[in-house]
Design a protein. Structure first.
Length: 313
């Protein structure tokens, strides 16, 4: 018998992939920003045996939220239990289970169970959670189906790279330059306009218009998670036509010789648009080179200005 005020719901989807592969994708949280549209970033806090604590930053109903979950992994039974430790209002408590069931060697059913309650069992709060859980569960399962089924095909079109510069200055000053994106219009020639919102400390929404070499501008929107002085992770949510995913992070490492500032990108190419944008003869290799150059150029420019700023302090 379920408790009064406790809602229990289940969503499921069938995927053309072996159950063990599906389990692994969900178990390894570093995959999540690539798999789940709402997820911005996931960080491990603790791991001990089959139990772990993770912190998740994600959007729900268009708002960025974060929470800590405890997970129990069961690779033999292909189950993962999760429970939010501290929920964000209107959620009072939230937990559930992923269950992966093999239907045959190449097909599996993914069941996603949730149980939750609203703060003070408020009906409006419960309605908000119902909508968020339903929308996110459907979007997560649909994305999981797509990503699992395309896992092999996507290997060719998924790539990561990193640019680094040495800085004769403090990590804090370089971090401040990247963190203070609201000042980028004055500080960075390729930024035409910028808007930065930070309603929750360390969780930013960054919208900016950047200039390309040909003078054209394009608008981008990203969510950013800031770890004071050492790292800023982000997920871009408005994507140029050549990408279906763009995540990344800035890192700042200081030692006796100075600071290393780095910019990392992970990209999934949108193969449908390659010939439209780069011409009829272009393929994955050309698109990869084009995107790498464009992102690297902006990152290196930003790192260069950050270096100048930090070294002058």
């Amino acid at each position: 018998m379920s408790q009064p005020g406790l809602r229990e719901v289940e969503h499921e989807i069938t995927v053309s992939a072996p159950a063990a592969a599906v389990y692994r994708l969900i178990a390894e949280v570093e995959n999540w920003p690539r798999i789940f549209p709402p997820t911005i970033y996931v960080d491990h806090l603790e791991r001990a045996g089959d139990t772990e604590r993770i912190r998740i930053w994600a959007t729900a109903n268009g708002e960025a939220k974060n929470w800590t979950s405890r997970r129990v992994l069961d690779p033999d039974r292909l189950r993962i239990e999760f429970r939010q430790e501290v929920s964000t209002p209107p959620v009072a408590a939230m937990g559930g289970t992923w269950i992966i069931e093999p239907l045959d060697d190449v097909t599996s059913r993914i069941r996603l169970l949730h149980d939750y309650r609203a703060v003070e069992d408020d009906p409006d709060g419960l309605r908000w959670i119902d909508e968020a859980v339903d929308r996110n569960s459907r979007s997560e399962l649909a994305a999981l189906k797509t990503n699992v089924e395309l896992a092999h095909a996507a290997e060719e079109v998924t790539f990561s790279f990193e640019d680094s510069v040495p800085v004769a200055g403090s990590a804090k000053d370089v971090y401040d330059f990247i963190n203070e994106a609201h000042l980028w219009q004055e500080r960075l020639p390729h930024v035409a306009s910028v808007r930065l919102d930070e309603d929750v400390p360390g969780l930013q929404t960054l919208e900016m218009e950047t200039r390309a070499k040909d003078g054209s501008t394009h608008l981008t929107k990203s969510y950013r998670v800031c770890f004071e002085g050492r790292k800023i992770a982000y997920k871009q949510v408005t994507l140029p036509a050549l990408m279906t995913l763009h995540t990344g992070y800035w890192t700042f490492t200081q030692d006796a010789d100075g600071t290393t500032a780095s910019s990392q990108h992970t990209v999934v190419l949108n193969t449908e648009n390659i010939t439209k944008i780069l011409g009829p003869d272009a393929g994955v290799a050309e698109a990869r080179a084009y995107v790498h150059t464009a992102l690297s150029t902006n990152s290196r420019a930003t790192l260069g200005h950050a270096k100048t700023y930090a070294e002058a302090r």
